[in-house]
Design a protein around this ligand. Structure first.
Ligand code: UD1
Length: 328
């Protein structure tokens, strides 16, 4: 694909907004070689703040909404410790507004982005959906509170279908290299920190602790490709349309990789060494966290297709194509 043909995300959104249906958006996307087959369903693109009920109401007035996938939320652990009210305000209020509106417009199906953070420091791995829920920071608490709110709501409202999807560590990017992760400021999460180091924006990756009880002393996580995760949502929607009530699924790969293993996989993807230095443990981190995805496999047919090399390849491809992220 010719790099000059690649629009920035801003341009893409502007263009997408100018079209009224996904058919047209699909043509636009295909024209640029981004995503094919996106034109099947008619989808209107609207942009509203979930804290602005009036705006959302207007969006809902336009057409019947069969299901909602609610991804909007703040997600940085450290920031949530520093600014708890911002997290409670943003994550809780916006979700309550959304549920209220869904209620008003008779929409019964919701996919909610939860997180492995609701398991806190698990007693063992792999982590099953039945494990105790306990959280260690305000971000995690907003996710657990929202899960509880949705459980209470579903209990007394027959006919509501809700999928709580507990994401493990989503990484990677769309294989086209056009949609990727562009965190504001210094990245909190591992993979954008590594790719920004590889592109020369950061001096060296700081590895937070090498004295954990793991394969090489560094933290182990269940990294899952964003495209696998996205597909998990499609499967969850199918499940909701079968009138399943409230369901909970882990979405990961079921495999754990250490920080140094991810770093090595990224060096392989880039083809050159990426500097790193060992630092103190990060407060609040746990040694090992990976999912059992048996339930999602049995009940949804979910199975992650991308391995760690593919995740790093796509993350690097995006960073390489977009050295300054979505900014020009
Ligand atoms: C955290 C949240 C998780 C959330 C995810 C994505 C908790 C306990 N975890 O996951 O719920 O879904 O963010 O927002 O609430 N690391 C380094 N150097 C870095 C950055 C990270 O060594 O510069 C290490 C960490 O110590 C950890 C691993 O890399 O072992 C992954 O860290 P990170 O990407 O921040 O994700 P989590 O903390 O696992």
């Amino acid at each position: 694909m010719n790099k000059k043909m690649i629009p920035s995300m801003d341009e893409w959104l502007k263009e997408a907004k100018a079209h009224e249906s996904a058919e047209k958006i699909g043509m636009y996307l295909t024209h640029n070689g981004i995503v094919r087959k996106s034109a099947k369903a008619k989808v209107r693109f609207g942009e509203e703040n979930t804290k602005n009920v009036t705006g959302m109401q207007f969006s809902y007035d336009q057409e019947k909404v069969d299901a909602v996938i609610h991804f909007a939320g703040l997600k940085a652990v450290g920031e949530s410790v520093a600014k708890p009210l911002m997290y409670y305000q943003n994550n809780l209020i916006s979700t309550l507004n959304l549920i209220e509106l869904m209620e008003k417009y008779g929409c019964n199906n919701l996919v909610f982005s939860s997180s492995a953070t609701v398991y806190g420091d698990p007693i063992s791995v792999p982590i099953y959906e039945t494990f105790d829920l306990k959280v260690t920071n305000p971000y995690g608490r907003t996710k657990l509170m929202l899960e509880d709110i949705l459980r209470d709501y579903a209990k007394v409202n027959e006919g509501k279908n809700i999928a709580l999807l507990r994401y493990f560590n989503p990484i990677g990017a769309h294989p086209s290299g056009l949609i990727g992760e562009d965190p504001n400021g210094i990245p909190n999460n591992l993979v954008p920190y590594i790719t920004q180091t590889a592109i020369g924006k950061r001096k060296a990756l700081g590895v937070f602790g090498n004295d954990y009880d793991t394969i090489d002393g560094t933290g182990v996580r269940d990294y899952v490709h964003v495209c696998d995760l996205a597909y998990g949502h499609v499967l969850a929607l199918d499940k909701l349309f079968s009138d399943c009530g409230l369901v909970v699924y882990n979405l990961g790969t079921g495999n754990g990789y250490s920080v140094l293993q991810v770093h090595a996989a990224m060096e392989k993807a880039c083809g050159f060494p990426i500097p790193y230095e060992i630092k103190e443990r990060r407060p609040g981190d746990i040694a090992t966290c990976y999912a059992s995805c048996e339930k999602a496999y049995k009940e949804l047919g979910f199975e992650a297709k991308y391995d760690i090399d593919a995740m790093c390849r796509d993350a690097w491809n995006w960073q390489k194509n977009n050295p300054n992220g979505f900014k020009k």
